[in-house]
Design a protein around this ligand. Structure first.
Ligand code: AMP
Length: 122
């Protein structure tokens, strides 16, 4: 699969559509999810063109990988999530229901987040 430069997060990175920004540095942009599924639901995306965790992990330069994950942790600190805890999740491909084909991590927090995956799958 080729990276689609018209995906919604690419447009956010190019400032073609707005987002509710939380954090930005050279490697990452974090913003509130438009349809939050927890009291805190923030997305963190790399600045580079990567389709998924799979693509990012195998093709991004080490500096970008380190910069991105450090940014995720800074977002958690900035939002004060460390004390209560938080969940980091990424969807990859069809079974995981990945909708936007630009790599992103979901940060969920602000309540008891319950079990990790849909009940009854095992
Ligand atoms: P995923 O299923 O992991 O690809 O999740 C994509 C996420 O992007 C969903 O939680 C959407 O609510 C969120 N989303 C889609 N469009 C926007 C947008 N313009 N601004 C913020 N979040 C968005």
């Amino acid at each position: 699969m080729q990276y689609d430069t018209d995906n919604i997060f690419a447009k956010i990175l190019r400032n073609e559509i707005p987002c509710n920004r939380v954090y930005e540095d050279d490697f990452a942009l974090a913003f509130h999810d438009i349809a939050p599924q927890a009291p805190v639901h923030v997305l963190v995306i790399p600045k580079g063109e990567y389709i998924s965790f799979d693509d990012f992990s195998s093709t991004a330069p080490a500096e970008e990988i380190a910069g991105f994950y450090r940014a995720v942790q800074k977002v958690a600190i900035q939002l004060g999530l460390r004390e209560g805890g938080y969940r980091v999740l990424t969807n990859i491909g069809a079974h995981a229901h990945q909708v936007v084909m630009h790599y992103h991590l979901h940060l969920f927090a602000g309540c008891d987040l319950g079990s990790m995956v849909k009940k009854g799958l095992n």
